[in-house]
Design a protein around this ligand. Structure first.
Ligand SMILES: NC(=O)c1ccc[n+]([C@@H]2O[C@H](COP(=O)([O-])OP(=O)(O)OC[C@H]3O[C@@H](n4cnc5c(N)ncnc54)[C@H](O)[C@@H]3O)[C@@H](O)[C@H]2O)c1
Length: 366
């Protein structure tokens, strides 16, 4: 039924699953969430109650056997993205996979292949392609506002993730470069119009969370694009004060600065504190920067609406498995670069690694 709403099943029931459910609720015209699958029953039930989701499954495979579901969104730990995507494709479901796409390039290729064979879309959930402030910057760039762009910077920083699996590199694949560098790399690539990545250089360090993880909590990554432009991606899990997300663009005819949260926030002082300021801010007393319409300003509802419209053939996918693979290849090269201390040329296909961070850890431990 081409005019019916796209029926969505969400895999996972915590942080990002909640964002998916809320996003479909904010823009409900194109899609409706009909099921959630997660092994933690209480969380799944609670998500279902909060968003009025009628069906709850403990095993995502059971959800995949529901014939009416058109599209699944994967909001589970990184190490599960490949098996879930491939299973969903085989069940004939369109797939929205959270970032980073996978743990290895072999997995990424298998995911793209499985979706291609099944004739379903593999949509890569990179919301920065839909973030209104960043979309405005790109529109201006595409209109020539900044002339020839030679430098794009993107950074995301906070004091570390909310769930234990992020700190376990066997389940996450790496530290902050894997977790948030994927956004910055995708952003630079997208912003510049997807030029080929020629080389990557990265410096990584574990500065404050060495008790919790072997992963890096500070990452600086420099990307050389084939058109001569440079991408500078800075990420931290060691930055106090809640989420910071910003981008800068420099060309021979102009520049723009986009501070995603604080640029929109209300500079606020409170002796007593209040409910909520911004993602991962530990307190609201003293000076704070409360954001409003947080999900909208990130672009999550717009992203999910776009994906639903792609399923109906009304829009062409703007964020695909191929984008996720490009980003993952750059991440693998970045870890290898940090390991050897010099830049790594692409195409880069590491052999025998089970996760990107191995490229760094293997050298670091010697
Ligand atoms: N786009 C973004 O900005 C953004 C933000 C946060 C997280 N993410 C991504 O979303 C994904 C999930 O992260 P999160 O923050 O929601 O983590 P989380 O720890 O909050 O939630 C993970 C969920 O996965 C579920 N899960 C674990 N094993 C499962 C299985 N076998 N079957 C089904 N569900 C299973 C857990 O029960 C839990 O509900 C990750 O890939 C992460 O990188 C993206």
């Amino acid at each position: 039924m081409p005019d019916a709403k796209v029926k969505v099943g969400i895999i996972g029931s915590r942080f990002e699953a909640d964002i998916h459910a809320a996003s479909f609720q904010i823009m409900p015209e194109e899609a409706e969430v009909v099921a959630v699958a997660s092994p933690t029953s209480a969380h799944a039930q609670e998500l279902a109650r909060r968003y009025g989701i009628p069906r709850v499954f403990l095993d995502y495979r059971e959800m995949l056997s529901q014939p009416d579901i058109d599209m699944v969104t994967i909001a589970a730990p990184n190490s599960l993205h490949a098996e879930m995507t491939i299973a969903a494709a085989r069940a004939g479901k369109h797939v929205v996979c959270e970032k980073p796409l996978a743990m290895t390039l072999e997995e990424a290729d298998a995911m793209i292949d499985a979706c291609g064979r099944a004739g379903v879309l593999l949509l890569y959930a990179e919301e920065l392609f839909f973030t209104p402030k960043y979309v405005k910057a790109k529109e201006m760039a595409d209109q020539g506002a900044f002339g020839r762009i030679h430098l794009v910077k993107q950074s995301e920083k906070h004091f570390g993730p909310h769930s234990p699996w992020f700190w376990d590199v066997e389940r996450s694949g790496g530290g902050v470069l894997m977790d948030m560098g994927c956004h910055g790399i995708a952003f630079c690539y997208w912003f510049l119009g997807r030029p080929r990545i020629q080389s990557v250089y990265a410096h990584l360090a574990t500065c404050v969370h060495g008790d919790k993880t072997v992963g890096e909590d500070e990452a600086i990554c420099i990307i050389e694009f084939a058109d001569g432009a440079i991408g500078l991606v800075e990420n931290s899990w060691a930055r106090r004060g809640g989420m910071d997300d910003r981008s800068e663009v420099f060309g021979d005819a102009g520049l723009t600065y986009a501070n995603l949260h604080m640029g929109n926030a209300l500079p606020t002082y409170s002796e007593r504190g209040y409910g909520y300021a911004v993602e991962k801010a530990p307190s609201t007393a003293g000076w704070s920067y409360p954001v409003f319409e947080e999900l909208w300003n990130y672009g999550f509802p717009q992203e999910m609406r776009h994906f639903a419209r792609c399923v109906r053939g009304r829009e062409q996918p703007q964020a695909t498995g191929e984008d996720g693979r490009v980003v993952l290849e750059a991440i693998c090269a970045a870890y290898a670069s940090a390991g050897i201390g010099s830049k790594v040329a692409l195409p880069y296909r590491p052999a025998g690694l089970s996760k990107p961070i191995d490229g760094w850890l293997a050298k670091k431990r010697k």
